[in-house]
Design a protein around this ligand. Structure first.
Ligand SMILES: [Zn+2]
Length: 321
């Protein structure tokens, strides 16, 4: 592949956003707080929408996972042994986990690749931002954000990548993977800190440290749209100040939503849709290709989670349509 640096695509599309989805994204883990079925529900919600095309991605090549994750961890997820490591992300392991994570990570890479060509694209899977090199955490097996960034970096398609993480939870796995990747930048704006596989609503006393290429902004309990948008302003400035990225990966979490059981924030669906519009408008203004993923969302009425994710497509249509 030729290096496309210096020939960045315009932040415009052909008016159609591709959403990568595969029915196999959802590992059959039974009833679980993580509603895997939401991926399909979002795809169903997009069916027939003007300006959106749903496409199936290829599974990720295992050698691309090896660039980010340790051989022992990969083998544990593939075989189920040792079981504690295979289930470190807190899913019951089954042989169906491996093919599903190959597809979700393939979806992230397909969206990132398409974004470089078309300006914007999505994958209807999570970015799995709690996943570390040698283990999973918080329902995140392999870190699709970093796997996609690393694949494009290795292929010479990008020289710098930024992750804008607006999931409710601090993206600790992505931050840990940044420490050996100076070309990668992670900005996490969070309402729950996350440490050793546990979320903490206490954001006044962070349990993590920022680094030169991974920064975080805490949203105090009860924060509404003004506090979020002010943090977003600071976060986006920090990303550009770190060195202009060739690609933006956007972790568009639905769990900051006020009815989410984890969320101490005062954000409704309209606030989150406006959040997404601000992100896309900024990316387009700056000429940054953007690939987004769905990330968390645990509101018991899954239709409310799906509505937030569909709102991200409304926001994208408002900016790119
Ligand atoms: Zn989350």
């Amino acid at each position: 592949m030729d290096g496309s640096h210096g020939e960045l695509p315009l932040a415009t599309t052909d008016g159609v956003i591709t959403a990568f989805h595969h029915p196999g994204f959802a590992a059959p883990i039974g009833d679980h707080v993580m509603p895997m079925r939401k991926f399909q529900l979002v795809a169903d919600g997009l069916a027939g929408r003007a300006g959106v095309r749903v496409e199936a991605p290829a599974p990720i090549a295992v050698e691309l996972l090896r660039r980010v994750h340790t051989p022992a961890y990969l083998e544990a997820v593939r075989t189920g042994e040792p079981r504690a490591l295979a289930e470190s992300q807190k899913f019951p392991w089954s042989p169906a986990l491996w093919p599903s994570v190959l597809l979700t990570n393939g979806g992230a890479l397909a969206a990132a690749t398409r974004a470089l060509e078309a300006g914007a694209a999505a994958a209807l899977a999570s970015g799995f931002h709690h996943s570390h090199a040698d283990h999973g955490e918080g329902f995140c097996t392999f870190n699709g954000l970093v796997v996609a960034a690393e694949a494009l970096f290795a292929a010479g398609r990008v020289q710098r990548v930024a992750v804008l993480d607006l999931d409710l939870h601090y993206g600790n796995g992505t931050a840990s993977l940044c420490t050996t990747r100076p070309w990668l930048f992670n900005c996490s704006i969070y309402g729950n800190d996350y440490w050793q596989n546990k979320p903490y609503r206490d954001v006044e006393n962070p349990r993590h440290s920022d680094g030169p290429n991974h920064v975080s902004f805490a949203l105090p309990n009860g924060s509404g749209r003004d506090v979020l948008f002010e943090a977003l302003e600071r976060g986006t400035k920090t990303i550009l100040a770190s060195g202009r990225p060739d690609l933006l990966l956007y972790q568009a979490g639905a769990d900051p939503y006020r009815e989410d059981p984890y969320s101490p924030l005062a954000l409704d669906q309209g606030d989150l849709c406006e959040r997404d519009r601000l992100v896309f408008a900024w990316a387009r203004r700056e000429g940054l290709p953007v690939a987004w993923v769905l990330a968390g969302g645990y509101t018991p009425d899954v239709s409310k989670v799906v509505a937030v994710h569909l709102g991200t497509f409304d926001a994208a249509a408002a900016v790119y349509g």
